[in-house]
Write a protein that binds this ligand. Structure first.
Ligand code: SAM
Length: 248
């Protein structure tokens, strides 16, 4: 199934290539940098134990409200309007319940330009269709553990010989799109933790020398896709190269 939100760096176009590299058997599936969860939602189930994580607490509050309060969230979203005034009011609101915060976060994401949540998109959106999709998402999440941790403590907590970690960190030199800071120290911290795990990992990254050097000891394959934004604005389609790195 598809995700219920667009997200910067979302793996809608790459999910098939990523899942094709998963090992045949694993007991636990852990998605460390969850975002819109395109890879999680691609399959009805990846493993008996599934964990979905992101450090962004507003995003994870939205996932938890869908999982535990889907009906209330739908009610909260019933009369939402696609208007510039409402969009900027929603960005500023304080003192809300978790369900209200989730509804507003979802609305701001839906109506923003490029799903950044920052500026009003000003385009027509079918919100009721998106809201209807939440029921299916709730079902998919019913056996998924939803976490809100930094990657380091998450990996340490769920590492076992039968674990498969799928990791999609902020891409090198494009980290500023996300609310949490992520710099070279974090890319190197991630590489260092991954070098010590007992389980397996599949890691996606942008193709650059820095990342190739950091992971030179692993299996690296190259995948190409059309660059979403360039394809949208230019008559010539431009290719964007990404890497899928595995330790098995
Ligand atoms: C490239 S996006 C993931 C996109 C996702 N695979 C999808 O299909 O939508 C990277 C995500 O990493 C999260 N993130 C940033 N720093 C993190 C950290 N230290 N620990 C865990 N998640 C983090 C961001 O909030 C963002 O959602």
């Amino acid at each position: 199934m598809d995700s219920f939100i667009a997200w910067v760096g979302g793996k809608k176009l790459l999910r098939k290539d990523i899942v094709a590299r998963f090992p045949k058997e694993f007991g636990r599936y852990i998605e460390v940098f969850g975002g819109a969860g395109w890879v999680l939602f691609y399959k009805e189930r990846h493993a008996n134990i599934e964990v979905f994580n992101d450090v962004n607490s507003e995003l994870i509050n939205l996932y938890r409200c869908i999982k535990f309060h889907e009906g209330e969230l739908q009610k909260e979203l019933e009369f939402v309007l696609n208007s510039r005034e409402l969009f900027y009011d929603y960005q500023r609101d304080k003192g809300l319940t978790d369900i209200q915060r989730a509804a507003r976060f979802f609305t701001v994401l839906k109506f923003s330009y490029g799903a950044t949540g920052k500026t009003f998109g000003g385009v027509k959106k079918n919100v009721s269709k998106a809201v209807d999709h939440l029921k299916e998402i709730q079902k998919r999440l019913s056996n998924v553990v939803v976490e809100n941790k930094d990657f380091e403590s998450l990996i340490k907590c769920y590492d076992r010989p039968d674990s498969l970690f799928y990791l999609d960190p902020p891409y090198y030199k494009t980290e500023g799109y996300y609310t949490a800071d992520f710099g070279e120290v974090d890319h190197e911290r991630l590489a260092s933790i991954l070098s010590k795990i007992k389980g397996k990992f599949v890691l996606s990254y942008n193709d650059c020398e820095y990342i190739r050097n950091l992971y030179h000891n692993y299996n690296i394959s190259e995948v190409k896709r059309n660059h979403n934004l360039v394809a949208r604005y230019s008559s010539k389609e431009k290719e964007y190269k990404e890497l899928i790195i595995t330790n098995f």
